[in-house]
Design a binder for this molecule. Sequence first.
Ligand code: THU
Length: 132
Amino acid sequence: MSTFDRAALIAAALEARRQAYAPYSQFAVGAALLTVSGGIVTGCNVENASYGLTICAERGAACSAVAAGEREFAAIAVALAGGGTPCGACRQFLAEFNPQLPVLLVDADRPWLVIETSLASLLPSRFEFRKV
Ligand code: THU
């Protein structure tokens, strides 16, 4: 990933976070996926009164990308307070498309603090569907 793409991806995740719909948790999350073709697709968390229907920012971004015909992901940036890691469900969801995906964790309160990791580290043994 180029320095330019990296900066654009971080900025896009921070911008997407501004659209978060999080009236229950008040915890806003933004995600930005860099596609292999060089595009950026974003998502934010969208909560629901029935709590369990909440969609995380990462899964929202992945669904938008697939709907736009993009299935090859080069990196994801996730922006949230404290710069935490994607939840387990989102790790599995993203690993479907790239189990090695580089992950940039952006502290939304201190966006110059970016931790670089990957799905290979965060989810070493994803579930894989195998017919027996
Ligand atoms: N959330 C995300 O958007 N991504 C994650 O990886 C973890 C959690 C959202 C879901 C919910 O709206 C809020 O953060 C608090 O859990």
